[in-house]
Design a protein. Structure first.
Length: 399
């Protein structure tokens, strides 16, 4: 469910922000579990976590499902993403918008706007609307998952758009529990809802934050305009029985979800060791799996965030990996672990730990200026990670 929801929400952000699918690291948490080689085995490493970029997963998907091949950086081009994963109507509208205002001898007929020249619109820097400058204040979003909400704010760096996305995720979780849509449900968990027919349109009735909502389609929740939730300029009005997504978008979301299930069913996965029969047959009831998945997802998100920060510097992969390890060392320093380690951490203040962290990684040849940038970023993220994450799995465990 999380993989499917991440994919669909990331696609909606592509359209809202005018960026490629890989520009949103929060939604890129794909990894595989593998067996160690002999050298790793001698070092006591029993399982290898292999991180996968979204391009690798997408290439695997188009090869298996459609027998096609795309360039490595294809997903960085948001216009190509729109054309392939959304219906033609949406892609055509975006092409016309991106064409700007027509100029004789330059513009292409049908791909640009015929109107008086207005250089300030759209902004030449982004060729899209700057939401932070045009939107009215939006009510602060309330989320059942504070850690995820903080990560979204750090990723988007726009409070109003972040609140809108947080509200959408919470609404999707409510819909998953109360509203049954084929392709978007968990058998044994999702309830068959009360349906209301009005003007020939069938709506699903759910409760969300003390209010009754009537949902005509999944598109309305993920991509549509909802008063009080969606910032002006971000949501879209569409016909109730119409979806803006091409079938390939849902196929891609399903492919990522199936990969996640297969990953945790691997016989050498540490999540299967010392598990009960119930936990092994129903992964949603495994507390160990929930905790493991949350930590791994967070670690992968941190790595991708640091790699994006270091990309303009042109560092070699080994050095980039060292900076990623330094960030993980700092990010998980507040994690509750063994008693002796916790006692040691309790005896030193933040300034002492900070200096020790700098000495440790500077001694390995890392640049102190870059380390300072990483430290400032990670410390701001770390505040939200002290709260218990993943509200949805907790609900599943109480079944």
């Amino acid at each position: 469910y999380i993989s499917m929801l991440n994919t669909i929400l990331a696609l909606s952000l592509c359209a809202d922000f005018g960026k490629g699918l890989t520009e949103f690291p929060l939604f890129q948490v794909d990894f595989d579990l593998g067996l160690p080689d002999l050298e790793q085995l001698l070092k006591g490493i029993w399982q290898v976590v292999e991180e996968l970029s979204l391009e690798e997963v997408f290439s695997e998907f188009v090869d298996q499902w459609y027998g096609e091949f795309f360039d490595k950086n294809w997903l960085l081009d948001w216009q190509k993403t729109l054309e392939w994963l959304f219906k033609n109507l949406l892609g055509t509208l975006w092409n016309q918008f991106l064409g700007g205002y027509c100029q004789y001898g330059i513009g292409t007929y049908g791909m640009c706007i015929y109107a008086p020249v207005q250089p300030e619109y759209p902004p030449p820097e982004q060729q899209t609307i700057d939401y932070s400058a045009h939107l009215p204040p939006l009510t602060t979003g309330f989320s059942q998952n504070p850690a995820l909400a903080e990560a979204i704010r750090a990723m988007l760096k726009d409070e109003r758009m972040a609140n809108a996305l947080i509200n959408r995720i919470d609404l999707c979780e409510a819909l998953l529990e109360q509203g049954f849509f084929f392709g978007f449900n968990l058998l044994g968990y999702t309830k068959f809802p009360k349906k209301v027919v009005k003007d020939g349109v069938t709506y699903v009735e759910i409760e969300w934050r003390g209010q009754k909502l009537y949902i005509p389609s999944l598109d309305t929740v993920v991509f549509g305009f909802i008063i009080g939730v969606t910032p002006l300029g971000a949501g879209r009005f569409s016909r109730p029985a119409y979806t803006v997504f091409a079938h390939r978008a849902f196929h891609f979301a399903y492919h990522r979800a199936r990969r996640q299930v297969s990953r945790f069913m691997s016989p050498f996965s540490s999540t299967l060791f010392r598990s009960t029969t119930t936990e092994m047959t129903d992964f949603s009831k495994s507390r160990k799996l929930t905790k493991y998945g949350a930590h791994r997802g967070l670690a992968i998100y941190i790595r991708q965030k640091i790699k994006r920060m270091l990309r303009p510097l042109g560092l070699d992969p080994m050095t980039v990996n060292m900076y990623c390890n330094a960030a993980l060392d700092l990010a998980f320093s507040t994690r509750v672990g063994h008693r002796r380690k916790d006692e040691w951490k309790a005896k030193i203040d933040d300034a002492t730990f900070k200096e020790a962290w700098f000495r440790k990684w500077s001694a390995m040849g890392l640049n102190r200026t870059i380390l300072t940038t990483i430290y400032d970023e990670v410390v701001t993220w770390r505040k939200a990670w002290r709260t218990p994450p993943l509200k949805l799995p907790e609900k599943l465990l109480r079944r």
